[in-house]
Design a protein around this ligand. Structure first.
Ligand code: ATP
Length: 223
């Protein structure tokens, strides 16, 4: 392809696929949206560069669409696990793009990993985790799982933290977690110093083992 702009294909225009395709388009990327259902492709046709009705379990159809020339393909077929797996296998065989696949559950995710998906995502599970952490500790503004062991949390400073510096807070010694960054309004300090004092508007971005983060969340669950 002549353009240096990244080319994305998104297969499956459910709520998730639609929102990925729309966001990529709004960011200025070329997006090919594929769905076996014509209504779904019509709904996205004004938003993306190309929208095509095709069954992604049909190897010839994917080949004809030139999917292997794309940089990234997102497979966003959830419910029809068989179609999701077959599509991923075909894409893998065709070779070329980075393959990102939405998994419906853990087992589906394991199969996708085994057959060579480059990244498996669990949007419902991840959003459920984030909401649960926020509900149990309102100071937790966001929760991102990095791996089975590690996560990142965004913690709004509590009253007791205001005016203290990171050394005084002693989060590393007390909880074994690291403050990676401090968000202050729209500014982000990505290499906070031990002497940096916290203000009421600050949010700490902390990485650590999940067990340690849970202890930290509990300790700072009160405002
Ligand atoms: P949501 O993101 O809304 O939760 P979901 O996970 O329930 O979606 P589905 O509704 O199963 O996912 O599928 C998303 C889209 O994928 C649907 O629009 C469906 O028509 C499309 N789809 C399913 N199978 C295929 C296929 N073989 N080829 C192309 N598109 C397909």
């Amino acid at each position: 392809m002549a353009s240096a702009k990244k080319q994305f294909a998104v297969i499956g225009m459910g709520r998730f696929g639609f929102s990925v395709a729309k966001a990529l388009s709004e960011m200025g990327f070329d997006v090919l949206a594929i769905d076996s259902d014509e209504h779904s492709t019509q709904a996205v046709s004004n938003i993306v560069t190309h929208a095509v009705s095709a069954d992604s379990t049909d190897e010839e159809a994917l080949r004809a669409l030139g999917v292997r020339n794309f940089d990234v393909v997102v497979v966003a077929i959830g419910e029809d696990i068989q179609a999701s797996i077959l599509t991923t296998l075909i894409l893998k065989d065709l070779g070329g793009p980075i393959i990102i696949v939405k998994a419906q559950n853990e087992l589906h995710g394991k199969v996708l990993q085994k057959i060579g998906a480059d990244k498996v995502i669990f949007p419902e599970r991840d959003m459920g985790l984030r909401v649960a952490h926020h509900l149990t500790s309102p100071n937790i503004l966001d929760y991102i799982e990095l791996s089975d062991e590690y996560s990142i949390v965004e913690l709004r400073v509590t009253k007791g933290m205001i005016g203290k510096n990171l050394k005084e807070l002693n989060i590393r010694a007390l909880f074994g977690c690291n403050v990676m960054a401090i968000k202050r309004g729209t500014k982000m300090n990505i290499s906070p110093a031990a002497s940096d004092r916290l203000t009421v508007e600050d949010v700490l971005v902390i990485v650590g083992e999940k067990n340690d983060l849970t202890k930290l969340e509990l300790a700072y669950s009160e405002s």
